[in-house]
Design a protein around this ligand. Structure first.
Ligand SMILES: Nc1ncnc2c1ncn2[C@@H]1O[C@H](COP(=O)(O)OP(=O)(O)OP(=O)(O)O)[C@@H](O)[C@H]1O
Length: 364
């Protein structure tokens, strides 16, 4: 009987980490703490520095400045194999000439694990990933999803304190991806001491799986919080549009609200200074159709410019004072005609004011 897959709890700390290639800084002073056992997603557009951050933890790139700590220990100068890390990348990177069991045993052998421990730990890792029946196959005899499970088993076999996952689902089709998301959520529950750093540009994966999301853009950390915090209370227009869909409207702060193209809207303004420009963020599913009394919310008058039937919902696009506003509403029995006047409304508490961004508009 082998001990279950466990690892000493070890969080990750990025301490002012800067990575550059030649003159180009691709990770700029990253400060971020991933708590022991936490599932942290690094979310951001292509080229934002997510993979570089992950590779810095793995020891595959060397920071020009700053330190990386794992479990409180400075590992910046340690080679990858001495960091106690399991890694899974997008295209599996299995050895094609080796059987599944040998692929999974690879890290254990490299670590010079005692011979008698290898077979049981390979079995255990294959069981955890639902691949126990495939030990004698070659990777080419497996589907993409199965190969990805083997790659996960290989990473888990060394009982890592930290698991690095770089776009592990992006090569899979939609159904498999959804199944694998369920599997990863289960593994996270079953391995509560393993700290997971998960790189993705897919907000659904990040929102579904992560305990917290670090939002990256242009080599910098833009925001970090729980999925709910980032979705409900984004701190920047970038976060609002990258984590979920957002209506982003350019406004001027006024007393007790904001002005949108001359119309006063009642919204919480926090410590924003009257007269300052800002961006108002309202999620499309929090926008309703019809006018409401001023005491109940804000009414926006405009013209319907688009209507999309999405099964259970309709997505309406309206032009309001020259700005595009989306409303996701329950399927309408009698949808209004394109070009017709339309009133939309939202509750003051459903709007969030963020610093002004240059280009407004919803991101679909
Ligand atoms: N070995 C390298 N040499 C030079 N530039 C590199 C190298 N690796 C990455 N870069 C550059 O660093 C920047 C950040 O790359 P990185 O892979 O971290 O981004 P990413 O957010 O993970 O993007 P993606 O989602 O496309 O993988 C990019 O502009 C990329 O072109």
């Amino acid at each position: 009987m082998t001990a279950p897959l466990t690892a000493p709890p070890s969080g990750i700390r990025f301490d002012g980490v800067q990575v550059a290639y030649g003159d180009t800084v691709v990770l700029d002073g990253l400060d971020l703490t991933v708590e022991p056992g936490e599932f942290m997603a690094l979310l951001g557009p292509s080229g934002s520095g997510k993979t570089t951050a992950l590779r810095a933890v793995g020891g595959f790139v060397t920071p020009r400045r700053g330190r990386i700590l794992i479990g409180g220990r400075d590992v910046t100068d340690l080679p990858p194999y001495r960091r106690g890390i399991g890694t899974v990348v997008q295209n599996y990177a299995l050895f094609p000439h080796m059987k599944v069991a040998d692929n999974v045993a690879f890290g254990l052998k490299a670590q010079k694990a005692p011979r008698e421990e290898i077979a049981p730990r390979v079995r255990e890792a294959l069981e955890m990933t639902g691949m126990a029946g495939y030990a004698d196959r070659h990777p080419r005899e497996l589907s993409g999803g199965q190969q990805q499970r083997v790659a996960l088993a290989r990473a888990l076999a060394i009982r890592p304190g930290v698991l690095l996952l770089d776009e592990p689902l992006s090569a899979l089709d939609a159904t498999l991806r959804s199944d694998m998301m369920g599997e990863l959520a289960r593994l996270h529950r079953e391995l509560p001491d393993v700290t997971i750093l998960y790189v993705t540009h897919d907000q659904v994966e990040a929102l579904t799986l992560a305990d917290r999301i670090a939002v990256m853009d242009a080599a910098r950390l833009q925001d970090c919080g729980t999925p709910q915090e980032l979705y409900r209370r984004p701190r920047t227009a970038f976060t609002a549009s990258f984590v979920g869909t957002a209506n982003l409207l350019p406004v001027t702060v006024a007393d007790g609200g904001v002005d949108l193209a001359g119309q006063r809207l009642t919204v919480p303004t926090g410590d924003a200074v009257p007269g300052a420009t800002a961006t108002l963020c309202v999620r499309p599913h929090l926008v309703g159709v019809g006018a409401v009394p001023a005491a109940d919310g804000n009414t926006l008058r405009g013209t319907l410019t688009g209507i999309q039937w999405r099964g259970a919902t309709h997505r309406l696009t309206a032009e309001i004072s020259g700005h595009r506003v989306l409303a996701d509403v329950r399927e309408l029995r009698e949808p209004p005609a394109l070009g017709a006047g339309i009133d939309l409304h939202f509750a003051p508490g459903d709007a969030v004011l963020v610093p002004a961004q240059l280009a407004g508009g919803a991101d679909v």
